[in-house]
Design a protein around this ligand. Structure first.
Ligand code: OSB
Ligand code: MG
Length: 374
């Protein structure tokens, strides 16, 4: 094995349970207790890297769940890594090619390998990806609230904290009125709406009515697996469409842009199968002048650190959903926790993810643990 290559010695797979400070609701479901995996990969030189899975308990966002992620990682991905000699984290994409989709499972493992790789080189994960920004601008995503006053109160607080844009969730019947009220109270705030696929083309005129409110964009109004109807809708409305759920790969992004299905893309590392794919989509969008931003999956600190590193790439020109740890958790699993000040987060310059894992917190939230020694 040459100096440039590395091989995996051990994989520790922990299942964690962490309770969100506030339950998060969308048009399809509510998350309160978050279950997810932390993947720790140790190479033969003892360098440790970390990845975090983002699938939820039920398949409301994409088809993956906590259960499918465990199955795919344990029964398919880990066996593929056994004995593999890696030159670069991009090699993992080729190694995992025989496994269709299951992108969140792949991303959790690939993310840990990116962290190992950056630490071996003694560079930050952001630097290893080619990120140049020293700080990233961030906004917040607000789940559906119990009433209008509750929503306005959360927005007020977020603006007082300095967040750079506000995203609210909409669904049929809770859309025009909602946005009208928010706009009355906050006429100039950078505002967007996320429908999480709650509409169909039959609602085209209802969605057209939102043009009056100067939204930055509308996120994923139509089918989670659609790019054709979105192209028709984009011709009908002025508000830029941003795709989230529909984009699982580089080719999905290319097709959506070629078809005119969106003018903006939300990149989530888990949804596209890892940092290598995320960067490739970013590079393509940048070459086509399509702005991108980094979406969130209510991550704990390790996933959040990966999002920050990705967001340091120059094509991430719009504030993302990666807000500070304190919006989600009483105690995070990294130190320091992620802090957003005036709507910006400093990109850490330490090696790898650039945050230390709080082993005590990790242990406290662990509900199951398995080790695979090669
Ligand atoms: O659609 O972007 C989404 C959370 C869970 C699943 C899907 C989405 C979201 C969010 C919150 O909007 C993002 C975050 O704060 O992490
Ligand atoms: Mg979304």
């Amino acid at each position: 094995m040459g100096a440039e290559t590395f091989a995996i010695q051990k994989i520790v797979m922990r299942k964690l349970r962490m309770r969100l400070k506030h339950p998060f609701s969308t048009s399809f479901g509510t998350v309160q207790d978050k279950h997810f995996f932390i993947i720790e990969i140790v190479d033969r030189d003892g360098i440790k890297g970390y990845g975090e899975s983002v699938a939820f308990d039920t398949p409301w966002y994409t088809e993956e769940t906590v259960g499918t992620v465990a199955h795919v990682i344990e029964d398919f991905l880990i066996p593929l890594l056994k004995g593999a000699v890696l030159r670069h984290p991009d090699d993992v994409t080729d190694l995992f090619r025989p496994i269709r989709r299951n992108n969140m499972a792949k991303a959790a493992v690939e993310g840990a390998i990116w962290d190992v790789y950056a630490k071996r080189k003694g560079v930050s994960l952001a630097g290893a990806l080619g990120g140049k920004k020293k700080t990233i601008d961030v906004g917040i995503s607000i789940g559906l609230q119990k009433d209008m006053n509750a929503l306005l109160e959360v927005i007020r607080k977020a603006l007082a904290d300095g967040y750079k844009r506000i995203k609210i969730k909409i669904k049929p019947g809770r859309d025009i009125d909602l946005i009208d009220n928010v706009r009355r109270e906050f006429p100039d705030v950078p505002l967007m709406a996320d429908a999480n696929s709650a509409y169909t083309l039959k609602d085209a005129d209802r969605l057209k009515a939102l043009d009056a409110y100067g939204l930055l964009m509308i996120e994923q109004p139509l089918g989670h697996d659609d790019i054709v109807d979105h192209a028709r809708l984009q011709q009908h409305i002025d508000t830029p469409i941003c795709l989230d759920e529909s984009i699982h790969s580089f080719d999905d992004a290319r097709h959506a842009i070629e078809l005119g299905s969106c003018r903006i893309i939300n990149i989530k590392i888990g949804r596209v199968g890892g940092l290598t794919a995320a960067k490739r989509i970013h590079d393509y969008c940048r070459s086509r002048d399509v702005p991108v931003w980094c979406g969130g999956m209510l991550e704990a600190g390790i996933g959040r650190a990966h999002n920050i590193a990705l967001s340091s790439l120059e094509g991430f020109t719009l504030p993302g959903d990666t807000s500070g740890s304190n919006r989600y958790w009483h105690r995070d699993i990294i130190v320091p926790e992620v802090v957003a000040e005036n709507g910006t987060i400093r990109v850490p310059d330490g090696a790898g993810i650039g945050y230390a894992v709080d082993e005590e917190a990790l242990e406290a939230f662990t509900v199951a643990k398995k080790e695979f020694v090669f």
